[in-house]
Design a protein around this ligand. Structure first.
Ligand code: F6P
Length: 506
């Protein structure tokens, strides 16, 4: 299998590079490379026509996917096999949305019913007046909830949610300043219930509730975790521990009880629509073959730019203020999943793995970093994300100008412009993809996130890596612990920094 994969990559590398201009000579270009998916929340258009993918590349990438066992690995993922081989775990976030191994789907239903019970008890006033929730978690236990709450509650929320992740006390202090302790609950979100940032912030939140005169501060805490015993030991009452299975990875956990703040802010029906939107994308990914499979198509483009064109970064610009947190969510999803250097069988990878994901919102980015996209010396494939329906109720001119700018950027990157003055010339032939939702709502956001999860997995399959472990984050944590515990010496630079800050054993 390895030989065939190597040969397929070699064949891909030999294909001629055609310009976007040449590709658009085909009158069917848009029809062939832009596809709409009708989902529960509305239609989403995935336009990959302004990428360099062509029929030859697609045929070769399809062959590559076959040689990497794409269909088998996809089936293994959805059927609950232990696809995270380095940790010996299944990877079952899709079961949280009702798609996957039957037993896991049933268990997710039971756990969601428990979560719904607590959400509705709070909404019904059974836990006293609750106006604010401080959601404490980091990485996958924070980025998804922060994104979904920010994207979907612009018009108001049933409970005001503050997501706090950083160990820097300034983050928690900002949440304290915005909340009345008498009407605040704290959700401690941690798969392991050991993460130092989260546990330190949780202790400080408890201290704040106590110091503010809340009589039963532990009674105001909720645990969202795959380690319920640790949460009980910490002091959260069993009735407010919302578990999720070990097989749900941190950066894929938004659909489990980690999504509690989303359900609390939006109400259960909206949270269910969010899960359903993701489930519709799951079914598309599971049931569609080859190039018609949109996450796989996107992965073909990603691999083309990273491995065959040497792009070290990829940019994502949401022309939608509600998706301001989407790039940072994607950074963890893509870089923690696919920033790897060995294959599934422990061999060095044969080419670059995940590019650096970066981005922001349009039109802000145009006035800050787009200069480099248009005239810089590095090639950066860009994804634009937008919604046809506006999120605001102001003069429609706002949204019209927003969308015009979004589409203009893709057109400009591709077309470029000649000029006698080299400083004013644009090379053009720069790729972009556009994801255009009819409307941004719980369903389409769910589908959008699930699309990126599957795109990340598909990239991992094509690179023959395990997308589901993250050992690279451990060494720094260990050294921070050693510094905290003392008695270990480090390199002279680190020692000097520690001495300057008055930290460590010395
Ligand atoms: O350090 C990385 C990481 O393990 C992420 O993968 C995870 O999302 C985050 O830390 C938080 O972990 P936990 O949910 O166990 O607190």
């Amino acid at each position: 299998m390895r030989d065939t994969v190597t040969k397929n990559w070699a064949n891909l590398a030999e294909l001629p590079t055609r310009t976007l201009d040449e590709l658009f000579a085909d009158p069917e270009r848009v029809a062939s490379y832009a596809t709409t998916l009708d989902l529960l929340g509305g239609t989403i258009r995935f336009d990959w026509s302004k990428t360099h993918l062509d029929a030859d590349l697609v045929a070769h990438f399809t062959r590559l996917a076959e040689s990497c066992g794409f269909a088998t690995r996809r089936q293994a993922l959805f059927s609950g096999e232990k696809v995270n081989i380095t940790e010996g775990r299944s990877v079952e976030h899709t079961a949280q949305r009702g798609v996957g191994n039957e037993e896991s789907v049933d268990l997710a239903g039971v756990l969601h019913a428990r979560m719904r019970g607590l959400v509705e008890a709070i909404h019904g006033g059974l836990l006293g007046e609750v106006k604010h929730l401080i959601h404490i978690g980091i990485g996958g236990s924070a980025l998804g909830p922060a994104l979904a709450v920010d994207a979907l509650t612009r018009d108001g929320a049933m409970v005001d949610v503050h997501v706090v992740s950083n160990i820097d006390g300034c983050a928690l202090e900002a949440a304290f300043a915005a909340c009345d302790p008498a009407t605040t609950m704290a959700a401690i979100a941690s798969k392991t219930f050991t993460t130092i940032e989260t546990m330190t912030n949780a202790a400080s939140a408890l201290a704040w509730l106590t110091a503010s005169g809340v009589t039963d501060p532990y009674g105001r805490t909720i645990a969202l975790t795959a380690s319920p015993d640790a949460a009980l030991e910490w002091g959260v009452d069993e009735t407010r521990v919302l578990p999720f299975p070990e097989s749900v990875g941190g950066r894929y956990s938004l659909w489990s009880s980690i999504g509690f703040p989303v359900a609390l802010a939006l109400g259960w029906d909206e949270f269910a629509a969010f899960l359903d939107g993701a489930a519709a994308m799951d079914r598309h990914f599971l049931e569609t073959e080859g190039f018609d499979n949109l996450p796989l198509r996107a992965a073909f483009g990603d691999q083309y730019y990273t491995r065959l064109r040497g792009c070290q970064t990829r940019a994502v610009f949401a022309y939608d203020e509600r998706l301001a947190l989407f790039p940072s969510y994607l950074q963890q999803l893509e870089m923690e999943s696919n920033g790897k250097r060995v294959t599934l069988d422990g061999q060095p990878v044969s080419g670059p793995t995940a590019p650096i994901t970066w981005g922001g919102v349009g039109t802000d980015g145009q006035h800050a970093v787009f200069q480099l996209l248009h005239q810089g010396t590095v090639l950066v494939p860009v994804d634009f994300i937008a919604s046809i329906q506006p999120g605001d109720a102001l003069d429609p001119a706002h949204h019209r100008i927003l969308l015009s700018n979004c589409f203009a950027q893709g057109a400009a990157l591709m077309a470029g412009k000649t000029s006698d003055d080299p400083a004013r010339a644009y090379p053009g032939d720069r790729p972009s993809a556009t994801i255009l939702c009819d409307e941004l709502n719980a369903g389409t956001l769910g589908a959008l996130i699930a699309f990126h999860e599957h795109r990340t997995f598909a990239n991992g399959v094509l690179m023959e890596i395990n997308s589901f472990d993250q050992f690279g984050v451990e060494l720094g944590k260990q050294i921070a612990n050693q510094i905290d515990t003392g008695g270990v010496s480090f390199d002279p630079s680190t020692e000097a920094l520690l001495a300057a800050a008055g930290i460590g054993s010395q």
